[in-house]
Design a protein around this ligand. Sequence first.
Ligand code: ADP
Ligand code: F6P
Length: 322
Amino acid sequence: MEKELKTIGVLTSGGDAPGMNAAIRAVTRTAIARGLNVKGIKKGYNGLLNEEIIEMHPKDVSDIIQRGGTILGTARCKEFRTLEGQQKGAEICRKHGIDGIVVIGGDGSYRGAQMLARQGINTVGLPGTIDLDIACTDYTIGFDTAVNTAMQAIDKVKDTSSSHERCSIIEVMGRNAGYIALWCGVANGAEDILLPEKYDYNEQAIINNIIYSRKRGKIHHLIINAEGIGHSTSMARRIEAATGIETRATILGYMQRGGSPTCKDRYYASIMGAYAVDILLQGKTNRVVGYRHGEFVDYDIEEALNMQKSIDQYQFEVSKLL
Ligand code: ADP
Ligand code: F6P
């Protein structure tokens, strides 16, 4: 042990994601196994500033690995974006004896962790978001569950859409990122996939594609639309008017963010939770954990936030081909 840590805090921040509980459990149990105390901070940075801090014992994380959501709750906190908020947060950590914090969340939450580190609190971020839009990692906690939930829902809509020979627009989550749409588009065999990063807003091309497919005898036409493009209902009305084919929009919404995590999300979140504790014990701070090229890795937060990630062009081309 290079750095004398006594107590580690853990919080979840930003949008929740299935697998966050597995990460909380792993942080708690690894830290306790290494001789540390653990404190759970409720409702993200809000809970920190409001001192909603609880002791965490091994039994407090029993029976949670299979549960969606986060037992600690999550929130967004404006005050933490200010220097005063960050100083107050660090002060509260010191008051509660917390010398290291594991922050489970997205890019925004990482910035918060970076600011806490600047105030002298050791921090490590874990990638918790269903959107897969964190550049330093090929995996984020919750994505696998979300795409499987969405894929199953889309299969169901596709069944009824085929029976009625309708066109279906299904809107999946992803305000700024099209990974859920791309994966479901391929996995559900969609005819069109609209990604915020790629869509050219050429609706006429979609209409032409629907008419062409129908002439070739296809009885359904599935369009996966990412939330970042949105307007699925009005798009359905326009497509129906232009093609004469009944068209329905289904917005999957928050169901994609809940539910019992997949094995992959439970497993990766567990390893990442343990990894976070162990790098804090190695004396590292201002780090984020990722999974890249087949292994768990960690980066400086600034370096991680400066990395870029975009939809892979080859995968996008293949999605159009299929
Ligand atoms: P996510 O972590 O999923 O990207 P947000 O962007 O909403 O979600 O960020 C979560 C929280 O992280 C914010 O509500 C805020 O408290 C904190 N945060 C975000 N950006 C900053 C920043 N630049 N400085 C300090 N805290 C930040
Ligand atoms: O968790 C990520 C995400 O699902 C985004 O795709 C979406 O834009 C956002 O959360 C919406 O979250 P909220 O409505 O809680 O702000």
